[in-house]
Design a protein around this ligand. Sequence first.
Ligand code: CA
Ligand code: CA
Ligand code: CA
Length: 1020
Amino acid sequence: MKSTRISSIVIGFVVCGFFTTAHTSAEAQEERKKHQVPVDKKLTQDAVQRLFERGKRKVYSGEELETIGMPVGGIATGQLYLRGDGTLGLWQIFNEHVFSGYGRDCYRTYRPDSPVDSGFAVVAEQDGRTFVKSLNKDFGTVEFAGEYPVGIVRYSEKDFPVKVEMEAFSPFIPLNAKDSALPATLFHISVQNVSNKKLSVNILGWLENAVLIDSAKAVHALRRSRIVNEKERALIVHTAEKAPVPKGTVAPRPKIVLVDFEGADYGNWKITGEAFGKGPANGSLAGQQKVSGFLGKGLVNTFLSGDKAQGTLTSPSFKISRKFVNFLVGGGNHAGQTCINLLIDEKVVRTATGKSNEKLEWYFWNVETFEGKTAQIQIVDKLSGGWGHINADQIELSDEPHKGPMGPLDKLADYGSLVLALSKEGASPRQVRKLLVSLGDRDVKLYSGENVAWPVTERRSAALATRTMELTPGAKHNFTFVLSWFFPNFSNGHEYANHFNSAADVAHYVLDNYDRLAGNTAKWYKTYYEHSTLPRWLLFRLHSTVCNLAAGTCQWWKNGRFWAWEGVGCCTGTCTHVWNYSHAPARLFPQLERSAREMQDFGEGFDSESGLVGFRSNRAYAADGQCGSVLKAYREHQASADYSFLKRNWPRIKKALEYSIKQDGNDDGLIENSQHNTYDINFEGPNTFVGSLYLAALRAGEEMAKDMGDERFAKRCRKIFESGSRLSVERLWDGEYFIQLVDLKKHPKHQYAKGCLSDQLFGQGWAHQLGLDYIYPPQYVKKTLQSVWKYNWTPDIGPYNAAYKPERWFARPGEPGLFTCTWPKSPYLAAGVRYKSEIWTGIEYQVAGNMVWEGMIDEALAICRGIHDRYHPAKHNPFNEVECGDHYARAMASWGVFTALAGYEYHGPKSHLGFAPRLTPENFRAAFTAAEGWGMFAQKRDIKTQREQIELRWGRLNLKSLAFAVPDNFQSVKVSITAAGKPVKNDYTLKDGRLEITLKKKLVLSENQTLEVTIQRQDK
Ligand SMILES: [Ca+2]
Ligand SMILES: [Ca+2]
Ligand SMILES: [Ca+2]
């Protein structure tokens, strides 16, 4: 879109020369020495060259496989990991609340666990010999070559006659949220005969019946597993059901209260450690939120002088003389660490935790199978960090479970169905049993029977197998499986439950639409990864964070609302200021972001009286989030096909912007009052962190007002914006970057004052993303980003963090990173902005994206490479960038780097699309998305000609105007355009290297059609 450069307006007000170095004294030199961030970034020529190499898909093996966990379920359907060795992990698909923590413990090296038994094995027969191997790390040579959304694992072994390649993914089709949010994972298992003789092969697949996975120990129920043959497909169908009441059931015996904790001490219970004190607590303890839900006056509460203390409390032995143990539990949700256990022979046979909530709730264990045995209760506090305490009360033995909040069986969160389906008819039960025998002993009993039910307290798996396939030497065959799940009893429901009634339904849908779903996923994968000119490592990194959509971070409710945590299970309410950074979902699945705008920001979270956008869908103000809501609204408008989104929401968007203008107070374009923000503190006085977001929001408001014909408001926004831009430079420019004007005597805590804040041009990055051009004069923007690079990015965080310890570690000594804030020219502010010495990937991407727009490509790529290296699987799961919790939303800022590299600009309702590649403009190819279609953009440039190709690979694309960047020496050009081979009439203008083209008639590009623009340099 057209935009006016504002540099001419602003520069006039700058009296003293900019780029003066304010501190040259010996004192300042000393400060620099203390600063600990070296000016020399140790970027050798070789290192820079490696950043730019196209490179190949990376293959990981050995120890590196341990940390890998790539989400392979549909977006917002839970969190299922494909681990590095091709086995499945985590299995958070049962609607349980998983709290991944506040970040202190998230940045660590570990193998994701797997609470559910599942897997595949290959069985080959040759000359009467049977060769069997499970597809896991014990296969032999195992390699992981996955790039989100497609996981790829290869298996081979010397003297083993076949090699196997497995692809695992959930359908992922940008702009088609419904088909990308299926509770399902597809598996392609491709087997090749690598021997010199023919052989026969089967794939065996098995899956535990994990329905009621969490409730199993507390309910009286049966699990049922069936092998079903439908539509020429074989399915393992796992369900659960109410257990029949046994014949001759007698009336319940009276309950026995084991303990009520009403005494002055714990009686004959045994105490270890400090956490339990000398006796029961009487409600909340010092510094604790309100504890409720216990009975009488006393309870166990280990928040004794905070979470720090640890210990255990163990009951005397008692006889299990009823069918259930009922009790009240609250406090931390940490299995094995803050828990209540039932011990038999000193082994834990039942366990429960709180839900990271001080309220005690009823819980119960089914102990029918233990009746008559001697047992003990043990209450455990083995944790000193956040929610490191446990609350418990009223432990009873009873013949009936306490109903409490758990409800009837079919209303439980983990009630539903689970399926493993084979795309074709399977082997006979007899053959499956034979194949199972060849697999040898296993912990979890495999069952190949056709319809069985058993008590839910027992673990069992079921298996199916492909029919036998003959393979001649060198021949390959692909087997296709689908894992699907259906657990609709989520607190707000699942969008997927609008379309399906069972996991079998889901599996059939995936296989009925296999060609389209798998085909379009592969098309996106190839377009994005394989057909691009961008470095492969960079493509990996920038797309890897998109997997956060398929993590516990994100939910898509039954009513169509997209809702999210900040990180997995941590910090509620699609927080406006954290989601300020995240561009990926808006570009890939704009429907989801539009629902968050309409149903949250300008829906439930909107105060229609004041225009406040509650930053967690509440009634609380965050200055950055408020401005961001206006920017996001403009982005969502631009990513729409027409004006309907803006028309519906404009009055509220305008009101939200007016709320920020009210904070400004005097229309001078500076917000000076108290500004709560994403650092969980308040900035006081004018600063360009909130300030740049405000200015960008004013510009977005101006454009939206114009789109709506509200000229008066457009003018008002413009006027305030121009004032703010000018005053920011006048008052906040220190010669190298923008500072915060704050009276530290009045506000000694949480400010940055003369510090260098990495986020100080956040709004400028946003402005570029939305085609709003510069909000400060370009020279200042570039100089600022150079200063952020100079003062805040280090090739080794060690020395700085040794001097200035971070609150949380998201990088280790020896690793590179960009600090949130440093004080290169004034003493370090120990009481300054919170999280100051931490490294956040979301900020790193935000800054890198902004640098790309400025042509600082080396720096931008070095920052991204720093993240890539920190998340190398030798150390960390490359798919899980953490901050306050796992799979942190802010990390999806990575997409802003991707769009910046293409110089992407788009306005759907105006049918405008533009590109100005920043990397290898002479030969550039990258994927792009629009409102209703996506494809490949390509640019080729030689001395005389520049060619643009917009190849639509999916959906449709309306085009009325285009924009491209041409080299400086293209002073005059001739433009010719074809669409699907036919000439397209157009007008064009060229100014300052920007070519703007208007098509005479609006054009609709359909799938597999290409628009070609040939720009020829005209010599005078
Ligand atoms: Ca009590
Ligand atoms: Ca504790
Ligand atoms: Ca003001």
